[in-house]
Design a protein around this ligand. Structure first.
Ligand SMILES: CC(C)(COP(=O)(O)OP(=O)(O)OC[C@H]1O[C@@H](n2cnc3c(N)ncnc32)[C@H](O)[C@@H]1OP(=O)(O)O)[C@@H](O)C(=O)NCCC(=O)NCCS
Length: 433
């Protein structure tokens, strides 16, 4: 395909996202490592672009590294308890100074950086203010956290009014108490609190590339995040972001994105391409699928009959369907079943068959098949299943792209062997979960 055609295809592909994001509220936290990196100017341009596409933006800047540096430069020790900085009276002025320095640099780049970018000629109106009310963290395990605080309230109505006027709201990780004290707040927690109070559509964390980063885009549900939190191999910085993501999703933020700034334009790839770029946390697709009931059998049959007729799916009798209906997940739209999948456990309870996966023609290629498989896997995990297998004649590549691999040595469970028709020549694929 020519470059021109690539460009046209790309632009058409981005169009639904441009439409979907318009007038939506995004809360974006940018770490100070990214702010002082070579990639920042590209990010400034992308933030300006989002603003011009009609997206309401609240931006928070991190300052952790800048604070460490300021304290070290002034021979002051960075003290932590439970991974939280202890901001005492001696270090507070340096902490405030470091935070303000990052903020000023950020503001300057968003104001003066644009002439040298493709967004030249555009202006962003940035507004900051006393939108965050803080309170002391208090004494934790006998340690007085002093000026390290937490969020008491966010003046979200004031922020909403500014966003409605197309201003970009810029927040630092400082909170002011009603008694006039200043508190240093963890920016990730603050970003999540702001997103929750605004009921934002997206909360986005942009952080510096990690040496151990996995570059494949992925979608996680909050339960998968919880499993990752239970895994001691999950790094501390990711752990904190996953915790904030769970809180945000539970408070109705629709999606949380964690983007490692490995390439120029990572934010745009995540927001405007179907494959995305970073980690996306959402539970939305699970709202779409539900466990089937006996009343769904008619709908499932009308979805799968054409596939049975063409030999893509094995024919299932109504009686068999009735016996297995509790293992089906379905997606319903306007009263019609548009997708289904079955995850049928074997007598040996650690194995289950993925069967009867189908998405209505009109709804294919929108990620529904992927979502159904993910929700079947979630169900399987819940029931202690550790291995999935599937038999397929024409969809092996789709399954391979979703983590399955061909397994010629796999011994089918005995119950399945009895009903297996070798003449179909199905491939056996397995996946450990
Ligand atoms: C397989 C199926 C469930 C995927 O549903 P979906 O909602 O379109 O899935 P997703 O949107 O998650 O994935 C779509 C991608 O899979 C690809 N795909 C679809 N069928 C495929 C197949 N048989 N082999 C390889 N890739 C396939 C699509 O081309 C698309 O790729 P793209 O990103 O390049 O456009 C759907 O195509 C279907 O119902 N097929 C007929 C029934 C079937 O084959 N069931 C499996 C029986 S074992």
């Amino acid at each position: 395909m020519s470059n021109t055609q690539d460009y046209v295809q790309w632009f058409r592909g981005a169009a639904p996202y441009i439409k979907a994001h318009r007038k939506k509220t995004f809360v974006i936290m940018v770490s100070d490592e990214v702010i002082y990196s070579d990639r920042f100017i590209g990010l400034v341009h992308d933030i300006a672009l989002l603003n011009h596409l009609g997206i309401k933006l609240v931006i928070l800047h991190g300052s952790r590294n800048s604070i460490d540096k300021h304290l070290a430069d002034n021979q002051l020790e960075s003290k932590f308890h439970n991974n939280i900085r202890i901001t005492d009276s001696d270090t507070l002025p340096y902490v405030v100074h470091a935070i303000n320095e990052v903020k000023t640099y950020f503001e300057a780049q968003l104001s003066t950086g644009l002439p040298n970018t493709p967004m030249s000629g555009s202006e962003i109106s940035l507004i900051g203010g006393n939108f965050v009310i803080g309170m002391p963290l208090g004494v934790i395990d006998g340690v007085d956290m002093q000026h390290s605080g937490k969020v008491r309230a966010i003046k979200h109505e004031a922020i909403d009014e500014l966003l409605a006027l197309n201003h970009v709201v810029l927040l630092s990780n400082l909170g002011y108490s009603r008694t006039g004290e200043v508190f240093n707040l963890p920016t990730e927690d603050l970003a999540s609190e702001v997103a929750r109070s605004l009921k934002a559509d997206k909360l986005i964390f942009i952080r510096q590339e990690r040496a151990d980063a996995d570059s494949t885009a992925s979608t996680l549900s909050t339960s998968q995040c919880k499993s990752m939190l239970a895994d001691s191999a999950t790094p501390d910085d990711l752990r904190n972001l996953l915790q904030q993501a769970i809180l945000a999703i539970q408070a109705q933020v629709k999606r949380v994105h964690i983007i490692d700034q490995q390439v120029d334009g990572g934010l745009l790839l995540e927001l405007f391409t179907r494959d995305g770029y970073g980690i996306m946390v959402t539970n939305l697709f699970y709202e779409g699928s539900r466990t089937a009931s006996i009343d769904d059998i008619g709908g499932i049959l009308s979805l799968i009959e054409p596939l049975e007729a063409s030999g893509v799916l094995v024919v299932r009798s109504r009686e068999q369907m009735e016996l297995e209906i509790r293992y089906f997940q379905v997606v319903e739209k306007d009263g019609m079943i548009i997708g289904c999948i079955a995850c049928i456990p074997d007598k040996d309870e650690s194995i289950a068959e993925i069967a009867c996966l189908a998405v209505h023609d009109d709804y294919q290629r929108a990620g529904l098949g992927n979502q159904l498989l993910q929700s079947a896997e979630m169900q399987a995990l819940k029931h202690g299943i550790t291995q999935l297998y599937t038999l397929t004649t024409r969809t092996s590549h789709w399954f391979i792209e979703h983590g399955f691999s061909e397994n010629r040595d796999f011994a089918l469970p005995s119950a399945k062997r009895d009903s297996y028709n070798p003449e179909r020549g199905s491939k056996i694929l397995t996946k450990s979960i």
